[in-house]
Each structure stands twice: as C-alpha cells, then as structure tokens.
Design a protein around this ligand. Structure first.
Ligand code: BES
Ligand code: ZN
Length: 564
C-alpha cells in the first residue's frame, strides 16, 4: 500500500534503513551526544537517500571506504533539515559521524539541582512523535522499522539505559552495551543517563531510579524529577513514567497497564503515519479498559468510561463539533507529527472499537484481535489497511456500525452504546445541586473515587466565586490527596474565577510539573483570562530551562496562537 507521511522528508522508494549500529558518547558539559552510526539498508541504494535531521552537526559520511557526498538541501521549522546523501552505487551500508545540538528537541538535560540526589546531572529522551531526528539522521516515520545495537559512554559515575536489551561494561568503565533485536519505529528509540540504581520487582519487571529514592520509588516514585512531558512513554523494555502518576493509592495503575499494552498495540502493530495515531492509542485505551475490568470492579470501569465520554464531549465542544481534528483519521498533510496527537484518538478510538466488539460479541472480537496482531506484527498499518482487514474478517461490523462515520466524520455519531455509571450519576446530582446554589458537604464527597472528583471538577461551571473556590478546595481536601491532576482542574477554575491570590501556587505548580496533560489546561486558562493573560509569557520564561523541549514547544505554540 502506498501512502505519504507529511511529517517526514523520507522517500521510501529510495530504500529503507533496517539496522543501525551506534557508538554514542554523552557529554553533559556541552549537552551534546557525539555519535558514529553505521546504517544498513533493506535493499541496495542507488543515487540519493534523504534522511530527516534536526539541528544535527554533520562531520563525515562514508560508504565502503569512500567518502559520501552530503548536503542539507531543504529545511523547515517543523520538519528540520533534509540530509541528502549522494552518490550511492548499489551500497547497503554506510557510516555517519555527527553531533547533536544542545537544542535537540528529543533531549532534556537536567542539571544536578533538578534531581533528587542533587549531585549528578540527568539526561533523558522523548522521541514520539518526530523527535528522533534530533538525535540521529533517520527516516523518521513510523512506517520504517529498524533493529539496532549501541555502545554508550557516559561519565563513569553515571549509568546509561536504553529501551533495549542491556549489558553493562566493566564496572566503573562508564561503558554500556545495548541490543534491540526487535525492529522498532524511530519514535520508540529511547536513552537516559543519570546516577541510577535498579530494583527488581519481579521476573520481568524492575525500576531504575536515583539511589536516594530507589526504596521509596519502588512503591512510590514521588521524588523522581517530575518534569517528564507525558504520563508515560511505551519505550520497549523500558517504559518511561512520570512520578506524578504515583499517588500512594494505586489510583493510576491504568497508566502502567496502558504503557505495557502498547507492547502489542503500537509497538508490535504500529500506526503507519501520525494521522493514523488512533490505531496506536485507541487500541491501547481499549486494551487498558479490558485490563481495568479485570483489575478493578465493574463500577470503576463504568465510571472511567463515562468520565472518558464527558472528556470527549468537552474537548469536541472546545475545538468545535465539526472540526476535522475530531475525526479518528485526522485529515490534512500537516508537517507537525504532534499536531495529530489528541485525547480524542484515545477516547473516541476506544469507543469505536467497543462498538465493533458489541456488533459481533466479545468472543469473536477477541479472536479477531489475536488474528490482527499475528497478521500485522512488526508492521506499520494505515487506517485503511486496518479497515480492509476488519471488513474481510468481521463483515457484520459494517452492517451494524456506521464505520465511515466513526472514522472519517467529525464529532460523535448520534447512535452508539453510551456508557452508564451510577457513580457518575452521584456526581451529576451534586453538580446540579451546586448549580441551584447548594454546596456539597464534606460527608458527600469524602469517599469519592478519583474519577468522581475529576469528573466533578471538570463539569463545574467554567467560572465561580473566589469563596466557592476556597470552599471546594477545602471540602474536597485536595491538599491531602496527593494528586496533581486535581490541581490542573482546580487551578484552571481559580484563574477563570479571578482568584488572584492563588497565582504563586499556580506558578510553582507549572514550574515543578512538566506533564503536559497537567499544565496545558492551566496555561490555556491563563491565556484566556484577562487578568492572568500577561503573566503567561513570564511564566513560560521562568520554566523554560526546567522542562523538556517538547513541553516548551507546546507552551510556545499555545502562547503564539494567543498572540502572546
Ligand atoms: N505514547 C503516549 C505518549 C505520547 C503521545 C508521546 C503522543 C508523544 C506523542 C503514551 O502511551 C500515552 O498515551 N501517555 C498518556 C497516558 C495514558 C494513560 C493516557 C499520557 O502521557 O498522559
Ligand atoms: Zn498511549
């Protein structure tokens, strides 16, 4: 099947890279990686090969003992620079020497003061969607997979980890060896280096953390640097997780189940382009709900589903019910891979797959899932490829479910199996009382589940009085619940409601937490609220050095759009 990935300069008719051998030296002083990489291709290359790169300083290129001509011959703010390698003569292997930029957008370099131990720096990567090209020139599209090996050198006090099989070099040598025998798309490349210890949790699981916090982190990762831009990232064999997910209540186990489910849905069967992002996240959210059904009571799974439905409607209302960004297959040929990233891919994608399950029953759907995984393992798939397979295997789905509307039309279809939850109904009652002027009592909300509190905060009117803000914070006991997500909603409400005294706390929150899901709504609320608007830019400048480049880029985009 042919398709075009607008987020990449790669031209796959030239050939595909299928293996890389890296030698990486990590230099914390200059905040750069010095890399020599030998690339293998699936078929011999003739003439030119285009690779994606971002602020890479190229030093040399060789093929078969001779020099290879190269040039950065196109550039774009989002795509980066096109590295044009020239003069291939049926070669299947070549070597590049280069250095990353201190502004590499995949890498966050934290200084020692930003870590729990305070004595050593900490580096980590985040490549999804299109940031791998800032570490090494590559065909940075999820439709190309490669295996790799890596030899990594770090200052000898530090430990390097990668999302791969690992073997330590001689103790104290600062050398680490990695091998990734399963072919991955570039966005699943991951590396970190820091003063790390390891604790086994089970035969196949364990935790890396700083020694100062490893014991605590084994049950509660709370003191790790909370600047990771996402809840989690499914780097194979080495999920990266935010410590904001560890609540001391096991209330966010679903984040871990989500990242681990990606081992199948995403890492094994991968979206071919970022327009097909829902294939990764919709399927993973579906898998997550199936696991939640087993790990938790049905009541909680139902509550979760209604909470997701409300979030979906809320987002669709904000961006417009007819906005193309609400389609599962996002149309357009935007160059920014991250612009296809939306919570709707998760929630609407999952609701669509549940409709497919309802249409044929769970037993048949489960057989279908097994066959789907087997048929497309280690491949990348477009939405159309998936729908073709669905039509062949489960034609009745197309009779009972309006598939084209679900996939290609904006908003939500009129008819579908909407979730029901009596735990959510309780919240709705308290919300309608509130709208009649009746405040909730401490007794009512005392035993509420996390998703009840989140749903309540999300569904409150957009503005209220400062007194009510204070009352709600107190009665919901937000300060004792150790859950930063509550503050995302709460601070957004406070800002919109003109609660000015809360601002120093808001600023500390945005400075401490880099998880985009948690800080973007707060910044959005600032930008949209007259009195707080002018404080957004200074706040961004204050946190610029503290957060990962992808977080800063997202905040920049938000402010730019608002004319700030
Ligand atoms: N792969 C995503 C994170 C991601 C998405 C990175 C888009 C870059 C671009 C990860 O699996 C994920 O979905 N994380 C969620 C948590 C999940 C439980 C919804 C997150 O970060 O909040
Ligand atoms: Zn995910």
């Amino acid at each position: 099947m042919t398709f075009h990935d607008p987020t990449s300069y790669a031209d796959l008719t030239q050939g595909k890279i299928n293996h890389k051998d890296f030698h990486i030296q990590i230099d914390f002083l200059s905040r750069t990686l010095d890399i020599e990489a030998t690339y293998q291709t699936q078929q011999p290359i003739h003439g030119s090969l285009y690779l994606d790169s971002f602020k890479i300083e190229m030093k040399e290129a060789h093929v078969n003992g001779r020099k290879l001509e190269w040039d950065f011959d196109a550039s774009d703010e989002l795509l980066g620079e096109r590295l044009h390698l020239k003069g291939f003569d049926g070669d299947s292997s070549f070597t590049l020497k280069f250095r990353t930029s201190p502004e590499a957008r995949a890498l966050q370099w934290m200084n020692a003061q930003q870590t729990a131990g305070g004595n050593y720096p900490f580096l980590f990567s985040q490549c999804q969607a299109s940031n791998a090209r800032s570490i090494f020139p590559c065909q940075d599209t999820p439709s190309v997979r490669f295996t790799y090996s890596a030899e990594v050198e770090v200052p000898k006090e530090l430990t390097a980890v990668m999302a791969a099989e690992q073997a330590r070099g001689p103790e104290g040598s600062g050398k680490f060896f990695f091998n990734m025998p399963q072919p991955i798309p570039s966005y699943l490349f991951a590396i970190a280096a820091a003063n790390l210890d390891f604790r086994d949790l089970g035969p196949r699981t364990g935790i890396y953390a700083e020694p100062e916090v490893i014991d605590a982190a084994a049950w509660e990762f709370a003191e790790l640097p909370p600047s990771f831009p996402f809840g989690g990232m499914e780097n194979p064999r080495l999920t990266f997780l935010t410590p904001t997910a560890i609540l001391g209540t096991r209330g966010q186990v679903s984040l871990v189940t989500h990242e681990l489910a990606h081992a199948w849905t995403g890492n094994l069967v991968t979206n071919a382009t970022w327009q097909d992002f829902w294939l990764n996240e919709g399927w993973t959210t579906y898998a997550e709900t199936r696991i939640t059904e087993i790990l938790e009571e049905k009541d909680i799974a139902d509550l979760n589903a209604v909470h997701d439905e409300k979030r979906t409607l809320e987002i669709m209302k904000r961006v417009g019910l007819d906005s193309p960004t609400t389609c599962l297959k996002v149309p357009g040929d935007g160059k920014d891979g991250d612009s296809f990233t939306s919570i709707l891919a998760y929630t609407k994608g999952c609701f669509f797959l549940k409709e497919c399950e309802y249409a044929v029953g769970r037993e048949r759907f489960d057989e279908f899932i097994q066959k789907y995984m087997k048929s497309f393992q280690f491949q990348s798939l477009t939405t159309e490829g998936f729908l073709d397979f669905l039509k062949t295997e489960l034609p009745e789905v197309f009779e009972k479910v309006d598939v084209p509307t679900w996939v290609y039309k904006p908003g939500m279809p009129e008819v579908w199996h909407k979730p029901q939850s009596h735990l959510y109904d309780e919240v709705e009652k308290v919300l309608s009382d509130y709208e009649q002027g009746k405040l909730p009592t401490r007794e009512t909300v005392k035993d509420w589940h996390r998703y009840q509190i989140l749903s309540f905060l999300q569904e409150l009117p957009k503005t209220t009085s400062v007194e009510d803000c204070k009352y709600l914070e107190d009665v919901l006991e937000l300060d004792q619940r150790n859950d930063d997500y509550f503050y995302t909603y709460f601070y957004s409400l406070c800002i919109a409601s003109g609660y000015r005294d809360v601002m120093p706390r808001v600023e500390d929150f945005v400075e401490k937490i880099g998880r985009m899901l948690y800080i973007m709504p707060i910044m959005r609320s600032m930008v949209e609220t007259g009195w707080a608007r002018d404080r957004a830019r200074p706040l961004l400048e204050r946190v610029r050095e503290k957060h990962h480049p992808v977080t800063i880029a997202a905040l920049e985009a938000l402010l730019k759009k608002a004319g700030l």
